[in-house]
Write a protein that binds this ligand. Structure first.
Ligand SMILES: [Zn+2]
Length: 319
């Protein structure tokens, strides 16, 4: 995969429809995407739209979608948020959370290390305990913000998670158990977590499920896997029901039916590409012919252009 396609794939993943950033897609292949500049523009433009999902859990959705969706748990014990966008957006996050409940934000959970989800850590780490998969801390220690072509100011120590886990951790908070679950496979990244607010029956799925329609982004630079993503989403389907409100990494609030459709779409395209590969066809041939019509992207997708998705699957089949 060329650096250019990687850039464009991630560009589409993270901005989905962000017309303001069209110019960034045209950067030369060798150039680095300046996340500080992206974050500054996001800080100026984003408005957080609040939806209450249970007595204690809220969705904060950014408009325009220049950052990931946030979940907020607010109640007697205090405040927990899932994901924190980027530093220039942090004042607006704090204001949006204060509208729900005043007081310190006690916990920040990172769904994964990407800059549009954990990029705001430094603005919260002094007051909040940051919780994340061990590989999130590892990637932030590397000053990695996303794929190889992204540059930004290095993360200071206060941006690092202080509570890490390998499989899962449960917080008993605001009257319910809140499970932060790594499903065991590298997927969107090597440290994805879904957050299950058990009694509220709400899940924050992170970028393993961007509810936009189309092929997802796989961060191959850190060992992400299309097959792992498929298998993790099958596990997530096991813990949700028809009533579960699913907060995707990006895009509108979703249902189990939306997640099932996405899982099946991912699984069936993988199956098709795997068949082509075992039949002895080359990556170039499969890309040239494209996928069958029934796999046309739906909704506002695709997040990764079809040839990029075929490449992700092809490479993941060799892992
Ligand atoms: Zn991501």
């Amino acid at each position: 995969m060329t650096e250019r396609t990687l850039n464009n794939g991630f560009f589409l993943t993270c901005t989905f429809l962000a017309v303001a950033f069209t110019a960034l897609a045209a950067i030369p292949a060798a150039a680095q995407l300046d996340i500080d500049d992206w974050a500054r523009q996001a800080g100026e433009q984003i408005v957080w739209r609040q939806t209450q999902l249970s007595d204690t859990v809220y969705l904060l959705l950014p408009e325009p979608g220049l950052a990931g969706n946030l979940a907020v748990s607010a109640g007697e014990d205090g405040i927990l948020i899932v994901d924190d966008a980027m530093i220039p957006v942090a004042p607006k996050i704090k204001a949006a959370v204060a509208k729900i409940q005043e007081g310190r934000i006690d916990f920040v959970v990172n769904s994964h290390y990407h800059f549009d989800h954990a990029g705001g850590n430094a603005a919260f780490g002094a007051d909040s305990a940051i919780v994340a998969h061990a590989n999130v801390r590892r990637r932030l220690l590397e000053n990695r913000h996303a794929g190889a072509n992204f540059s930004a100011t290095p993360f200071p120590p206060e941006a690092l998670p202080i509570v890490t886990f390998n499989e899962s951790v449960t917080l008993h908070w605001n009257g319910e158990a809140i499970d932060v679950i790594h499903f065991g496979n590298p997927a969107h990244t090597d440290g994805d977590a879904a957050v299950h607010f058990r009694d509220s029956n709400v899940v924050h799925a992170g970028d393993q499920f961007p509810n936009l329609g189309g092929y997802p982004y796989i961060d191959r630079d850190v060992g992400g896997s299309a097959l792992g993503l498929r298998d993790n989403m099958a596990q997530l389907l096991e813990i949700v029901d028809e009533e579960t409100r699913i907060i995707p990494g990006h895009g509108p609030l979703a249902t189990k039916a939306d997640l099932q459709k996405y899982h099946d779409y991912v699984a069936e395209t993988i199956e098709y590409i795997a068949e082509q590969k075992s039949a002895g066809r080359s990556l170039e041939e499969v890309r040239k012919d494209g996928l069958p019509e029934k796999f046309a992207p739906y909704g506002n997708g695709p997040l990764s252009p079809e040839p990029v998705w075929i490449g992700y699957v092809w490479a993941s089949l060799d892992d």
